[in-house]
Design a protein around this ligand. Structure first.
Ligand SMILES: [Zn+2]
Length: 450
C-alpha cells in the first residue's frame, strides 16, 4: 500500500528537510521531500480514489534504519549466567570458559528464542539491518534456518553465516551449513526474503588451511563475502606467526579470502602492513568498541585505518542492539585513547551512517541506510525534538549529544511497520521473554555438565 511517513525532519545524505515526508510502496522509497509537495504529487498523478496510508512523525526525526555490521544473536542466554570457578583472566579464557561452552549446548528451540530477543531489541532501537555471525558447534547443520525463522517473524533485514571452526574437529559441518544455507537462499522461494547469507569463519586461529581454502572456494562459488573475527586479541596474531610464519591478514590474503564483500571484525592487533593489504584489496573492517572494552583486548586503531581509506563499519558483537550508544562509545574511546579532543567527532558517525551503509550495499546488493528514491523503505522515527537549531552543519552535534539518548518511536523495515508510537506491532514481548527464561534456565543446567 502507498504510505506516507510525514511531518518530520527528514535526514537524507545531502540535506535536512523540515516538515518532510517519505513516500513508499512495496518496500521501496518512491519520493522524498516537503510533506505537502510529496502528497500533492501523489494526487496529481493518480485518481482521487487512491488509498494513501499516513504515518505522522509528529515533528520528530526521520532517519534511515540503523545497520549493525557485526552481531551475535545467539549470545542472549549468557545474560545473567553464573560461571563457577575463577574468572577468566584473558581473552582466550573468556572464550573457553564462556562462549565455547555456550555454543555447545544450544538446541533448536534455544537458537530460535535467543535470536528473537535481540531482534526485538533491534526493532526497539531502530536497527533494521544486521549482519550476524552464528556459532552452535554441537548443532550446526540446520541452525541458520532457526535464525531465519526468527528474523522473518520479527521483520528486519539480516545477513546470516555460520562461524566455521576446527576447534572441535567439526569444521566440515560448519562449512556444510554455510553451503546448505547459501544454496537454499538461491532458490526461487527465498528470493523475496529479507534474509541473505555470506560465508562465516570463527577466527584464523581456530581454522586450518584446508577449511580456509574450502570456505574461500564456497564464497567465490556463490559470489559472497566472508565474515571472520580478525586479530581481536594478540593471541590470534601470535598463533598465525607461530604456525604459518605470517600474520593473520597476510594468511587470509594468501588464501584469497579478502575483497570488498569481506568483513574482518575487530582488527585490534593488525599492523601497518596488514592495513595496507586491506586497503589494496578493499576489504572492510568492523569496529566493536564496547565489546573490545568488555574483553579488555585493546583499542583498534580504526582512525588510522580510515585515514588509509579502509571502510570501517560499526558493530555490537552481541553486546547490544543499540547502534547509537555504540557510536557514542566509539566517539569516547578514541578521544580517551588518543588523549585528543579533536578526533572521532566525524569518524564515529561516519562508521555508523556512511560506512555501514556502504558495507550493507556490498553485501545485500541494495542501497540500504539512505533515504533516497529507490532505496529500501527501512526507516526510523526518533523521538527527538531539537532544543537548539538543527542544521546540516551541526547535525553531528545533535546526533552525538542528543539523539543518542532518544527512543525509537516508529521502526519500519522493507515497508513493514514493526513498531509504532513506541509499541511493537503484533508481538507479545512478554510471552517471548517468558519462554526464553524457561529455556535458558534449562540451558544453564546443561552447561554445568561440560
Ligand atoms: Zn564477534
Amino acid at each position: 500500500m502507498l504510505t506516507l511517513l510525514c511531518n518530520g525532519t527528514v535526514i537524507t545524505p545531502s540535506e535536512i528537510i523540515e516538515n518532510g515526508g517519505v513516500l513508499f510502496e512495496d518496500g521501496v522509497i518512491k519520493d522524498v521531500g516537503n510533506t505537502d509537495k510529496v502528497r500533492s504529487k501523489v494526487f496529481r498523478v493518480s485518481d482521487d480514489k487512491i488509498q494513501l496510508k499516513i504515518i505522522d512523525a509528529k515533528k520528530k526525526i526521520i532517519l534511515p534504519g540503523f545497520i549493525n555490521t557485526h552481531h551475535h544473536l545467539y549470545s542472549t542466554f549468557a545474560r545473567g549466567m553464573y560461571i563457577p570457578g575463577t574468572p577468566a583472566k584473558n581473552f582466550v579464557e573468556i572464550l573457553e570458559k564462556l562462549w565455547w561452552k555456550l555454543d555447545r549446548v544450544l538446541t533448536t528451540e534455544d537458537i530460535y528464542y535467543s535470536s528473537l530477543i535481540p531482534l526485538i531489541e533491534c526493532v526497539k532501537n531502530g536497527t533494521t539491518t544486521i549482519i550476524d555471525h552464528h556459532e552452535s558447534q554441537e548443532f550446526q547443520v540446520g541452525s541458520l534456518d532457526e535464525i531465519q525463522k526468527a528474523v522473518e517473524k520479527i521483520g528486519i533485514r539480516a545477513c546470516l553465516c555460520f562461524g566455521t571452526s576446527d576447534r572441535y574437529k567439526k569444521g566440515k559441518e560448519g562449512l556444510e551449513e554455510n553451503e546448505r544455507f547459501l544454496k537454499k537462499l538461491s532458490t526461487v522461494n527465498c528470493q523475496l526474503s529479507t534474509v541473505t547469507a555470506m560465508v562465516g569463519l570463527h577466527a584464523a586461529f581456530t581454522v586450518n588451511n584446508d577449511m580456509l581454502e574450502k570456505s574461500v572456494a564456497l564464497a567465490k562459488k556463490y559470489n559472497v563475502g566472508m565474515h571472520i573475527h580478525c586479530a581481536e586479541d594478540l593471541a590470534d596474531e601470535k598463533d598465525s606467526v607461530k604456525k604459518y610464519k605470517m600474520r593473520v591478514v597476510e594468511r587470509l590474503k594468501k588464501f584469497g579470502a579478502l575483497g570488498e564483500k569481506t568483513m574482518l571484525v575487530h582488527c585490534v592487533h593488525i599492523d601497518e602492513k596488514e592495513m595496507e593489504i586491506m586497503q589494496d584489496t578493499k576489504t572492510n573492517a568492523v569496529h566493536n568498541p564496547e565489546s573490545n572494552m568488555n574483553n579488555a583486548v585493546g583499542c583498534a586503531d580504526v582512525l588510522t585505518m580510515m585515514k588509509k581509506g579502509i571502510t570501517v563499519g560499526l558493530g555490537t558483537d552481541g553486546m547490544s542492539s543499540d547502534m547509537l550508544s555504540q557510536m557514542r562509545c566509539a566517539y569516547l574511546i578514541h578521544r580517551h585513547n588518543k588523549k585528543d579532543p579533536t578526533v572521532a567527532f566525524v569518524e564515529s558517525p561516519k562508521m555508523l551512517l556512511e560506512n555501514n551503509s556502504k558495507i550493507a550495499e556490498q553485501i545485500f546488493g541494495l542501497k540500504i541506510g539512505k533515504i533516497e528514491i529507490g532505496a529500501p523503505a527501512d526507516l526510523l522515527v526518533l523521538d527527538y525534538i531539537p532544543p537548539t537549531p538543527l542544521t546540516k552543519d551541526n547535525f553531528l552535534g545533535h546526533l552525538i549529544f542528543g539523539m543518542v539518548d532518544a527512543t525509537a518511536d516508529t521502526t519500519i523495515c522493507n515497508g513493514r511497520v514493526l513498531k509504532k508510537d513506541k509499541k511493537l506491532e503484533g508481538l507479545s514481548e512478554e510471552a517471548i521473554c517468558q519462554k526464553s527464561r524457561e529455556l535458558s534456565a534449562k540451558f544453564w543446567e546443561r552447561i554445568k555438565g561440560i
